[in-house]
Design a protein around this ligand. Structure first.
Ligand code: SAH
Ligand code: SF4
Ligand code: F3S
Length: 451
């Protein structure tokens, strides 16, 4: 067979990014070669996201573009993977009959045989989703030239979600929550660190419930080995050269005191936490099925600040959820002003097919959603700037990142995950740590000089 070039276009969250890496490794092991550009590839995989309607529209327009390329390249193979593939399945094939394969979120480990089977006239829609299964043991390949070794990596520690927030497609696109075995995760982390990786982020839709739905360690039942324990095991790789550890995402309803205490006791754990609140009104939280209240959420914020006063908190917010009144929304603004988040992601509510909220009445008009989003983001920008200014004059450790322009490294990241631009470049390799004094703060980044 002549060499086949593949290209993967990834939409959506970091878990999708990691899934794309896994598919790329499997394709590489099967003899495919990664292409730097989509238009020269013989095989294009679109790893899709359906969290909001806009994300799904992007996929359809990219498929339209690829249909155009088919005229120049009749043998081009197109694969749709990820959350849209899982949810829409054969409906995609009906609208885009040229697609070679639709592969669901639990099936990515079978990408190579599935491609082959589809090419031989077999099944083109491989989207089986089961409730109970084992996530295959899979070790990353670190057989790379030194310049290609990434300095930071993601590790997916669990799949799926059992929370069924009423607005959210994830429980339908990713299935029930299943945790990977702790030994597989720690081995993966060890391979990365021994290969030169300096920063690891542990990923899951709700990492705080790691180990709650299946047993993840020998001799320990469900709920007997939890996320804090896993975090401490991975943190111990500090001895082998790991410098920074992060995790995302935490659902406030499952944030334990034990996990909060890790911020005080593990110095390798970065001083930041993404703690999505979604709304600042108990009535809205209830209709969202979030299962916490604003007062219990603020209790967590207090505890976190007590354990680590410098912790940088970020959040996600949805505005215009069905039935959200002006008073409800003012609750969200009040929460923003009380917590003074370092940053946030905010979205207009987008109705998703199959979710419970899709049937809720009292939709908020589009113009009201837009106005609320604007008000929220404007205030967040002001607060982010104030928060960033708190860093001026302080000496901080940053992890240096690859430069856009090659040569000297001109930027790094604080433990709180803010970019620091340097006036003068540093001769170092990405992943090295360096002390800087902050001299200027903008809304989205800082400036500093080395000390
Ligand atoms: N598991 C994470 C969230 C993953 S989705 C958690 O529970 O926090 C990322 C963010 O997308 C969510 O936090 C939410 O703010 C937003 N989101 C999810 N569904 C949405 C919808 N239907 N409309 C608008 N925003 C949505
Ligand atoms: Fe979606 Fe809620 Fe699960 Fe997060 S916790 S993925 S918002 S259902
Ligand atoms: Fe999107 Fe699926 Fe992630 S819907 S946010 S890619 S879990």
């Amino acid at each position: 067979m002549e060499q086949q070039l593949f290209y993967i276009k990834t939409f959506g969250c970091q878990m999708n990014e990691r899934d794309s890496e896994i598919m790329a490794q499997l394709l590489g092991e099967a003899g495919y070669v990664e292409s730097a550009e989509m238009d020269t590839a013989d095989l294009v995989i679109i790893n899709t996201c359906s969290i909001r309607a806009k994300a799904e529209q992007k996929v359809m327009s990219l498929l339209g573009h690829l249909r155009g390329n088919l005229k120049k390249k009749p043998k081009l193979k197109t694969v749709v993977a990820g959350c849209v593939a899982q949810q829409e399945g054969s409906e995609i094939l009906r609208r885009m009959p040229f697609v070679s394969l639709i592969i669901g979120t639990q099936n990515i480990y079978n990408i190579v045989p599935a491609l082959q089977c589809a090419a031989e006239g077999g099944q083109k829609v491989v989207t089986s989703l089961v409730d109970v299964y084992d996530i295959p043991r899979f070790l990353p390949s670190m057989d790379l030239p030194p310049s290609a070794v990434p300095f930071r990596k993601f590790i997916t520690i669990m799949q799926g979600c059992n929370n069924f927030c009423t607005y959210c497609v994830v429980p339908y696109t990713r299935g029930r929550e299943v945790s990977r075995l702790a030994v597989d995760i720690v081995d993966e982390a060890r391979v990365l660190v021994e290969g030169g990786v300096k920063e690891i982020t542990l990923l899951g839709q709700n990492v705080n419930s790691y180990g709650n739905t299946n047993s993840v360690a020998p001799g320990r039942g469900k709920g007997e080995y939890g996320f804090s324990e896993l975090l401490r095991e991975v943190a111990a790789l500090q001895e082998r050269g790991l410098k920074r550890l992060r995790f995302t995402t935490s659902n406030p309803k499952d944030l334990t005191d034990e996990l909060i205490d890790c911020f005080g006791s593990l110095d390798i754990l970065c001083p930041q936490l993404h703690l999505p609140v979604q709304a600042g009104s108990d009535a809205v939280l209830k209709r969202m099925n979030r299962r916490y209240t604003i007062s219990s959420y603020l209790g967590l914020v207090d505890k976190l600040h007590k354990v680590l006063p410098s912790i940088a908190l970020t959040t996600d917010v949805i505005v215009g959820f069905p039935g959200e009144t002006e008073e409800d929304f003012e609750g969200t603004m009040k929460l923003l002003n009380d917590v003074r988040y370092h940053g946030s992601f905010s979205f207009k509510y987008s109705s998703r097919p199959g979710t419970r909220a899709a049937d809720f009445s009292d939709a908020v008009p589009e113009d009201v959603k837009s106005e609320r989003l604007h008000r929220f983001q404007k205030r967040q920008d002001e607060i982010s700037l104030e928060r960033n200014k708190e860093y001026i004059g302080r000496e901080l450790e940053i992890m240096l990142e690859p430069a856009d322009d090659g040569g000297l490294l001109m930027r790094g990241r604080t433990g709180s995950n803010l970019i620091v631009h340097l006036k003068e470049g540093v001769k170092a390799v990405p992943g090295d740590l360096c002390m800087v004094k902050i001299t200027y703060a903008g809304q989205h980044s800082l400036q500093g000089k080395t000390v």
